[in-house]
Design a protein around this ligand. Structure first.
Ligand code: HMG
Ligand code: MG
Length: 296
């Protein structure tokens, strides 16, 4: 009962790079984005309009957004009204807002309670929809929080419902610290699919405990056909201690390919995209497919 096709939302240029301690040159970021598009990526988080004091790596957002490749849905993150105002000055037409189910995490990440963020974002989403924007809502700490521990499914579901009522096109439901187990992935995504059948639903897994591919499989079984992933397995939120990389795009694409599920992504070209950033990032790229491709 698996989908025939899956859409990958590449988050490498955003989630993948935001936690890198050394500033990655803007031209390298642009080359990374172009090569990801050349590999067949059709939807991509390009950058974030966040405070450069909080996340210096994203200080070139205004320039990056200008380089969105043709034919790709280039999404930018915005945490608040100020971020959305900055986006409105660019040609970009796709925005992702982000909120944590956990109050403590939301405070660490956005300096507001979850409720305060929702009060600010709900009217802003309505305005974006009136301007024909594609709006995505990233739901952080949907399973576990590094500060509060286990998150109740009902609380995640309730926040997702609020975003759908506000008019978002897509929910990206995240295991921020890579702590969900496959039965929890299956359970939450099954409930979301049933409760909110008319919204696009993406799963966003971090691979901190090496459970991201298993969680991906479980979400597929629950009917999810959109997955966020990061080329090279880069990624992590600076305000979620211990949150290491996102599930690697090449490993998800490889697994789906072996299952006969189409993604339209070329693995060799994806490796070439990873090669553009591999020399300038702080970690060794250690994903299964990338490593094997280098052994020839
Ligand atoms: P704050 O310090 O509370 O902001 O930060 P403020 O409203 O008090 O304003 C202070 C100053 O920041 C002002 O400037 C504002 O104009 C400016 P000043 O008057 O001092 O010159 N400011 C901004 N500048 C640029 N862009 C903005 C902006 N907003 C205010 N948007 C703020 C609040 C939200 C800005 C800050 O906490 C922030 O930038 N947080 C972003 C954190 C972040 O990027 N986290 C990573 C992304 S989320 C993630 O990775 C999770 C995800 O992958 C899913 C998952 O895995 O869970 C999506
Ligand atoms: Mg993330």
């Amino acid at each position: 009962n698996f989908p025939k096709e899956v859409v990958i939302i590449e988050v490498g240029p955003r989630d993948g790079l935001q936690n890198e301690p050394q500033f990655v040159d803007t031209e390298i970021k642009k080359a990374f984005i172009q090569k990801l598009a050349a590999a067949g990526i059709k939807e991509m988080e390009l950058t974030s309009f966040v405070s450069p004091k909080w996340v210096p790596q994203m200080k070139d957002a205004g320039e990056i957004v200008q380089s969105a490749p043709e034919g790709v849905r280039g999404i930018v993150l915005a945490p608040n009204r100020k971020g959305i105002e900055r986006v409105l000055e660019t040609p970009c037409k796709s925005v992702a807002v982000f909120v944590g189910v956990s109050n403590t995490f939301n405070r660490k990440n956005i300096n507001k309670s979850t409720r305060e963020s929702m009060e600010e974002l709900q009217p802003a989403i309505e305005e974006l929809k009136a301007k024909n924007f594609f709006v995505r809502a990233c739901i952080s700490t949907a399973f576990y929080c590094p500060y509060e521990g286990k998150i109740q499914e009902d609380d995640t579901l309730a926040l997702c419902r609020e975003f759908v009522a506000a008019g978002v096109d897509e929910l990206s439901v995240a295991d921020t610290i890579g702590m969900a187990a496959p039965h929890e992935s299956y359970s939450l995504f099954s409930r979301l699919k049933e409760a909110l059948p008319d919204v696009l639903l993406a799963a966003h897994f971090h691979d901190t405990r090496k459970m991201a591919l298993a969680n991906t499989y479980a979400a597929l079984e629950a009917g999810v056909n959109r997955f966020d992933s990061s080329a090279g397995g880069l990624g992590g939120c600076p305000f979620a201690p211990g949150a290491t990389g996102n599930v690697a795009t090449e490993d998800v694409v490889y697994m789906l390919g072996r299952m006969g599920i189409e993604t339209s992504i070329d693995l060799d070209k994806l490796v070439a995209a990873v090669d553009t950033v591999a020399p300038v990032i702080s970690r060794q790229i250690d994903t299964g497919y990338y490593r094997l491709s280098k052994q020839g």
